[in-house]
Unconditional design. Structure first.
Ligand code: HEM
Length: 125
């Protein structure tokens, strides 16, 4: 399964497409159930590609410096997906989404931070 773990490109592709689908669905640009369904497929692809990177690399790179960073990345990535789903479902039921948008932004920043801090590919922080 080297294609899943030799680079982070596949993972990046899945979450970029996922975020675009999420914003399209949330903004109501495309009024079709298909966008939300496609997004749900991308949740799975994001989790598979991220999970494979975690499985392959978290143990190798677990040093004093990275500590629990891989686990934080995993957790915030999943929580972010949870917030996307909460926002879309609550929007559909005409319920308030303010708090979930706040958490979405927070988890997005934390997921990007940990992703870009960890050693594979971009290592910005
Ligand atoms: C929409 C949700 C997600 C976003 C926006 C996101 C974002 C990112 C970013 C920016 C990177 C760094 C890529 C690079 O440096 O080339 C990354 C890498 C990674 N992601 Fe995600 N991710 C998401 C979901 C997940 C999930 C659900 C998991 C776990 C199941 C996960 C696990 C990982 C792992 C293990 C890495 C490799 C870290 C490294 O060593 O550099 N991600 N992700």
């Amino acid at each position: 399964m080297e294609f899943l773990t030799s680079t982070t490109h596949l993972h990046i592709t899945t979450w970029v497409i996922g975020l675009i689908l999420f914003f399209l669905a949330a903004a109501g640009v495309v009024k079709s159930k298909g966008v939300h369904m496609a997004l749900r497929l991308f949740y799975v692809l994001i989790i598979i590609s991220g999970g494979a990177l975690y499985y392959e690399w978290a143990i190798n790179f677990r040093t004093d410096e990275t500590g629990m960073d891989y686990d934080m990345k995993f957790m915030f990535g999943i929580l972010l997906i949870g917030m996307m789903e909460m926002i879309l479902v609550r929007q559909k039921k005409n319920k308030s989404t303010t708090i979930f948008w706040g958490l979405f932004v927070l988890f997005l920043l934390l997921t990007l931070f940990y992703g870009l801090k960890l050693p594979i590919n971009f290592d910005l922080f």
